[in-house]
Each structure stands twice: as C-alpha cells, then as structure tokens.
Design a protein around this ligand. Structure first.
Ligand SMILES: [Zn+2]
Length: 389
C-alpha cells in the first residue's frame, strides 16, 4: 500500500487541506486527514510526500480526435504510422493531465483497435480511451472523412449497427455543418428528425450513448428531441432550446478550445483565410451560450476537440482556463473537468478522489484556487496507482 501526504485536495466536489490518500494497487482505499490515527490501520510500503502539492482527479476529456486525417492512408505502412501517431497523441493528452478521453471520430474507426487493446489489459499506462470509431454523417456532410455517409432512416439504422459491430463504445452523429458551412442558418442542419430519432433508438437499445456534433439551433433542437446524450459544441444554442435540454437531461460538451484555437492560431498561421476572422464572432457567441447553459443548470462536461486544426493535444488543460475565463468559478470548472466527465462517460471509477475510486490523479505545484494558471504548469500524473509522469 502507498500513502500520499498532500497539502490540498480537490476531491471532485470540494477543497480539503492537509490530506492523506492510501492506495492499494490501482485503487484508492482511504482518504482523510493526514494526522488521523486511522492511517495506522494500513500496512504502508511506500510514503509519497507531496505535502507541498495540490492534488485533484485526472482530467476527463470527453471530445478528442487522436486519428483524424483528411486523407486515407494507402498502405499498411502508412496505417501503422496512423496508430503510432494516435498513441503519441494519447501520451500528449496525458502530459496535459488527462487520464481518460473519448475519441469522437477517427479515420476508418481506427481508434477502436486501441480501445480494444486496453480492454484486453494492454496500453493501460495511457489515458483510458473510449471510442466512437467512425462518425455517422449525411452524404457529403461534416466530417465525412472520418465518417460513414448515411441517408434516410434505414441507412442511419444500418450505420449505427455497423459502428457498434465494429466495437464503438458510443455513437457519434454529425447533426450540423461546421460554423462556416453555407446554409440558411449558421451551423446548418444536415440530418433530419426521423434519421436522428432512429439512430438514438437503435444506439440506446444496444447500450450506447449518442454524442452529436451540433452548432446550429435547428440541429441542436432535433438532437435533444430525439433524446441524444450530449450536444458537442452547441455554439449557436438559444435559450428556448436550452430549456428543452434541461427538460430532457441533455449534457453539453462545449469544446471552447475549438473556436479559440481556430481564431488565435488560425489567424496567426493563415492571416488571409476569411473563416478564421469569422471565428472571432463565433467565440463570443459560444462563450455567451456556454455560460448561459451553465447558469441554467445544464450538465456540462469538459471536451477540447483536440486533434482538430490548430488544436493541440498537449494543451488540453487550456479548456479549463477558457471555462474559467468566461466566468465559471474554480470549483465548478474542476468538477466539469473531472466528475461531470465521469458521469457522462459512465466511468464511475474516475472523476473523484475517494475510497473505491481508481488512483488516477494529478498533482500541481500550486493550488488553482489561489492561482488558476497553476493548471497550465507542469504536473505529475498517476494512472491506476502508477506514476506515469
Ligand atoms: Zn470533434
């Protein structure tokens, strides 16, 4: 058994001082005051004195892409490189403090191979990966390079069954175009009501949640009415649709990083691309809609969309800074990035520091309650009781 002596903890709910954590193999078996007599009950083989550090559950990134390519590889050699790069991206996420993540669309569903490997007990010193595999999209729709093109109820049912047959842990649907796609409204709908209804029925019947890429209001509303589990992005969400989300218990994964990096890095690297300039306006609307959703009580989980253009895996922690910057308090941001993700991804063993939870946590040099930028600095990372960084 290992004993960790810690200055301050955020346990997934609240901030506590002068704490101790006792772990056995990969699990936490006790937490409490570091001066408690109860510690003597345990046979401690190793004491890890991090009594100058702040410890919190590892981050859960509910929206990443670790193998999202524009063009399909043409040989086995190129495919093997795709897998190696995907593993490297998982390592980068880990360096950002991520201990579990959900890939919402990969070329030919290749990340399912990595998730399957973890289910067999290998690659377990990397963040836990939950994979959608290929996304479902309309013909020519958003992200068709990482998706299966479906049209009509029958093809959406077939597509859902197909990705589940391939091993998808969750079903991803591209409900709308991108923020700059042409259409009557921004983020125009690309999938109709009957198609998403059929997809959700089929996925839920087979025990899979449904996550939808949705920017425009029409696409979000259709998704909520169909009973999807999470709206990803939700840039142009309006208050009446948010009311519906509350009623239906729909979660929101805002991915503030996506338009942020498109604006900051996009403009820097491609100053003449008009899409990046438009992103500035998108950022404003997105921030406003996200804060409104939070204040209304819609469950929010952290997601970065890392792996999309200009959006780096090794800076996943920056999503927390962006959530903090729009006015969400520190404790709530930390909860969004840990416990709320565990709930959405149905990973009960993660998202908290408590007896019975997995010993997957991170240590920071300073408390983010005193200086939020602590989250951006170097961190120590443990996954299943093993120090990986
Ligand atoms: Zn995405």
């Amino acid at each position: 058994m290992k004993l960790y002596l810690v200055k301050e903890i955020f346990n997934g709910e609240e901030r506590l001082y002068n704490q101790a954590i006792v772990t056995d193999e990969e699990m936490i078996i006790w937490t409490g005051d570091r001066n408690s007599d109860k510690i003597k009950m345990f046979i401690i083989n190793e004491t890890i004195d991090i009594s100058d550090k702040f410890v919190m559950p590892g981050l859960i990134d509910c929206h990443v892409h670790i193998a999202s390519l524009e063009n399909k590889p043409e040989s086995a050699i190129e495919w093997s490189k795709v897998t190696v790069d995907a593993l490297e991206n998982l390592k980068k996420l880990m360096s950002a403090g991520v201990v579990a993540c959900r890939d919402l669309g990969s070329i030919e569903g290749v990340t399912i191979g990595i998730s399957n490997a973890q289910k067999e007990g290998i690659l377990t010193r990397l963040p836990k990966l939950i994979s959608a595999g290929r996304a479902l999209t309309a013909t020519g729709g958003h992200g068709y390079n990482i998706g299966i093109e479906c049209d009509g109820i029958d093809e959406f049912i077939k597509g859902t069954r197909f990705v589940i047959k391939e091993g998808a842990d969750v079903v991803k649907v591209m409900m709308s175009g991108g923020v700059n796609s042409p259409g009557e409204e921004q983020g125009p709908p690309e999938v109709n009501q009957e198609e998403i209804n059929a997809t959700v029925l089929e996925a839920h019947a087979r025990g899979r949640k449904v996550a939808v890429h949705s920017h425009g209001n029409t696409a979000i509303k259709r998704s909520v009415l169909a009973g999807v589990d999470s709206i990803e992005h939700g840039v142009f969400n309006s208050e009446d649709v948010m009311e519906l989300m509350l009623e239906y218990g729909t979660s929101l994964v805002p991915t503030l990083s996506a338009p942020y990096y498109a604006t900051v890095e996009g403009i820097r690297q491609q100053p003449d691309n008009p899409d990046h300039k438009k992103s500035k306006e998108v950022v404003k609307k997105h921030n406003k809609a996200t804060l409104k959703a939070f204040s209304m009580g819609i469950p929010i989980a952290m997601g970065t969309d890392a792996g999309c253009p200009f959006n780096p895996h090794d800076r996943a922690f920056y999503e927390l800074v962006l959530l903090h910057n729009i006015g969400i308090e520190t404790a709530d941001v930390l909860k969004i990035a840990t416990q709320n993700g565990a709930v959405l991804l149905e990973q009960d063993q993660l998202g908290a520091i408590a007896s019975g939870k997995e010993a997957s946590f991170i240590a920071l040099d300073r408390s983010p309650f005193e200086d939020f930028s602590a989250i951006e600095r170097s961190k120590q990372v443990w996954i299943k009781g093993i120090k990986v960084l």
